[in-house]
Design a binder for this molecule. Sequence first.
Ligand SMILES: *[C@@H]1O[C@H](CO)[C@@H](O)[C@H](O)[C@H]1NC(C)=O
Length: 309
Amino acid sequence: MKPENKTQAFKFFLLGISEDSSLQPFLFGLFLFMYLVTVLGNLLIILATITDPRLHTPMYLFLSNLSFADICFTSTSIPKMLVNIHTQSKVIPYKGCITQVSFFIVFGVLDNFLLAVMAYDRLVAICHPLQYMVIMNCRLCGSLVLGCWITSALNSLLQTLMALRLSFCADVEIPHFMCELYQLVLLACSDTFANDVVIYFAAMLLVVGPLAGILYSYAKIVSAIRAISSARGKYKAFSTCVSHLSVVSLFYCTVLGVYLSSSVTQNSQATVRASVMYSMVTPMLNPFIYSLRNKDIVRGLRRLFRAKP
Ligand SMILES: *[C@@H]1O[C@H](CO)[C@@H](O)[C@H](O)[C@H]1NC(C)=O
């Protein structure tokens, strides 16, 4: 296994968000705070959903799966970043780097799929309200969630195996606070054509596919809502989608923003700062978006805190 030996001879470094040493305590505090809020907020959503039988509906089961995915998603990168800031070290072991890459892909893609499944759930609820419970039965929900998990895991396995083939000819300095597949491919010195092809097709299938599904669902939802005659009925139907629509817009706008900013500016630091948005801010805000406007979740949370041990 020559490439493996070659790779392990070199060190991997995460350059982080800023090299400015006076900024480090502030960054540490900020990211620790954001991480704790993310874990706590999403954990509360999961606990509220589990403990309140009235929240055992497809929408909230999908939501608590999304919360779980968000906790895992942030946990792949933030704790390591905090440790590195705290110990003033930039080193990450090769195995750690590959692990970050693979889990980041699993949970990123899973988020994406769950948002699409939730859009389908809203489509059924608004376009076929009478058959909703029949169509979205336990078996379908279970299979949808399982399908999301399996697809994300298989894709990540493929991408990780491809990434393991890369070899590096010098110390690897990743201008980011986590190991990202794209950066590894850029910094590799072996031929990366096959990796580029696999990444490109996976992105087309697994990101554009669910996004198309979401857009299709909302096109149907909008036309169904327009067909409702009473203003009150319109508002009621629409209000059940607002939270989901906000989360979807936040997720895709931040990803698109990062993509556009990286193609407009050559400044990789700016891109990394923008990627804080989708890797930290979106998962942090999801529980708030869902609970602030939502009477069911608020009731579930009250119940959670009133529950006697
Ligand atoms: C995820 O969804 C499945 C199927 O709807 C449900 O049974 C399960 O409890 C959910 N998991 C979490 C962590 O909420």
